[in-house]
Design a protein around this ligand. Structure first.
Ligand code: GLN
Length: 238
């Protein structure tokens, strides 16, 4: 069977290991470079990206992982894991010496940390998620049910490069710019009716090559399909 590592330095390790095990693959905790041997893929869990990033370097895992990622090693990052896979951060945390936090990179995305607010503003929602229609768990021809997603101090993908496929967005109802009632519509021939209140669609799941990343946590809702998709990617079936 497949061996899939779960980075076990900090954060929600157990839940990801359980989700991997539920797909039928074996989950292995990764704490040091030697643990990477024989793995077919790796999950970077949620937690605190600054802490995990520091520990990755302290444990000598950052360099081998960056090399592996450049070589096509499959990695799934959830929440802090998405941040770690980002090439660019809008607002990297800085340490005492003013140095910005480092990521592993690999995904050509620009990420804003904590884009949905603080811990108190955590929320759960259902998402339309692209690319789940070929999973074995779904009866043929059936429309995949929405993905149950939990957002905890979640990052947002503000920009995704051409190599990156957007898999899910969350609609954020925003009080959009409400136009003043026009006294003289003929002065503005482009405006036929007042626009709907703006609804901003924010990118929360992406894939590029063998890298998969979600802003949200699928591992704490019993949602298994994101991990199943990752296993399919590892097998070269998705
Ligand atoms: N806000 C956290 C960070 O910047 C991520 C939160 C999470 O992983 N649940 O790392």
């Amino acid at each position: 069977g497949l061996l899939v590592g779960v980075l076990a330095l900090q954060g929600g390790v157990r839940e990801h290991a359980a989700a991997i095990a539920a797909t039928g693959a074996a989950a292995v905790p990764v704490r040091r470079p030697g643990d990477l041997e024989g793995l077919s893929g790796l999950v970077l869990p949620g937690g605190e990206s600054t802490t995990i990033g520091k520990l990755l370097r302290a444990y000598g895992l950052a360099d081998p992982l960056e090399d592996a990622i450049s070589g096509g090693f499959p990695v799934y990052g959830s929440c802090a894991g998405l941040i770690l896979l980002a090439d660019h951060l809008v607002d990297p945390a800085t340490d005492r010496d003013g140095r910005p936090q480092e990521t592993l990179g690999g995904l050509d995305i620009l990420v804003r940390r904590n884009a949905f607010g603080r811990q108190r503003e955590s929320f759960e929602t259902q998402l339309v998620f692209d690319g789940l229609d070929s999973l074995p768990s779904l009866p043929p021809g059936a429309e995949p049910p929405p993905v149950q997603a939990v957002f905890i101090r979640a990052p947002e993908v503000e920009k995704a490069g051409d190599s990156v496929r957007v898999l899910a967005r969350v609609r954020d109802a925003q009080p959009g710019p409400v136009p003043l009632p026009s006294m003289n519509r003929s002065a503005d021939p482009g405006m036929v009716s007042a626009p709907e209140p703006d609804s901003v669609a924010r990118i929360v799941a992406v894939r590029s090559g063998n890298l998969l990343a979600t802003s949200f946590h699928p591992e704490i809702t019993g949602e298994l399909r994101i991990h199943e998709l990752f296993i399919q990617m590892i097998r070269g079936e998705a």
